[in-house]
Design a protein around this ligand. Sequence first.
Ligand SMILES: Cc1cc2nc3c(=O)[nH]c(=O)nc-3n(C[C@H](O)[C@H](O)[C@H](O)COP(=O)(O)O)c2cc1C
Length: 274
Amino acid sequence: MLWIAGAELAAAVSNAGALGIISPYAGMDEGDDPRENLRLQIRRARSLTCRPFGVNIPLDLPMSGLLIDVVLQEKVNIAVTAAGSPELFTELLHSAGIRVVHVISSVRQAQRAEACGVDAVIASGIEAGGRLGRDAIALCSLIPQVVNAVRIPVIAAGGIADATGMAAALKLGCDGVQLGTRFAASVESLAHSRYKRAIVDAHDGDTVVTQQYGVPARILRSSLDAGAGSRLAQLEGDVVNGIAYAGSSAGLIGEVLPAAAIVENLAESFASRL
Ligand SMILES: Cc1cc2nc3c(=O)[nH]c(=O)nc-3n(C[C@H](O)[C@H](O)[C@H](O)COP(=O)(O)O)c2cc1C
């Protein structure tokens, strides 16, 4: 989660037994260098956990190649690539012993990612917070089709915030789940308190899909895309003028919780819901 997934959140998630993911822009000021920020976040996460964690690199970022260099230099365990071709960096990352997970939103993209050698795919449904694939497929239809089409592990993302959702996704055949909005509203997330509050206050119908730079994105209904980007909402708490990404999972989130409590709740409760 571009501006808000820093070392503290990733380490707390990993320490609780899941896989925390760092974003290169986490907590950054507008003019800062994301390479330096990423290096700092990785090293800080290492000081907070001895467990594996990942780094997310949206491949459409202007500096994505340079950010991949930092991932290589710092020998991160897992790179989560998104919004671009898995052909670009998978081989390079593998040559450094780094596993690659790629975000997809259709069967065709999943097959292409597998053909490029990625280790797993994150199948993102229309319910997900943030930018979406153009295909806009609901998770419960997308997961079984992707699972049937590829042999690599499939991780479901979109609209999942609790153990019931996780159990349902696993029943559809996926191997794991990714939660975004639930962790945006966690204690360790760098999100502004107003943004966390807006997620907690959101009901079932309070997110919508809008076009952002020609790509669909799921955001809080109350936020207007005034061209100010997502930093304004995520870090400065202006959830009206900034783009406040949130999944339809927001309606399931009733309080800001420590990341460990979120992971523990998932781990403890999902088996009984299977
Ligand atoms: C505030 C926010 C920022 C996000 N930023 C990114 C990002 O930078 N890169 C990415 O691959 N996905 C991003 N996502 C998508 C999440 O990784 C995840 O797939 C999605 O949130 C899952 O749906 P959920 O929000 O219903 O849990 C973002 C989601 C949110 C809510």
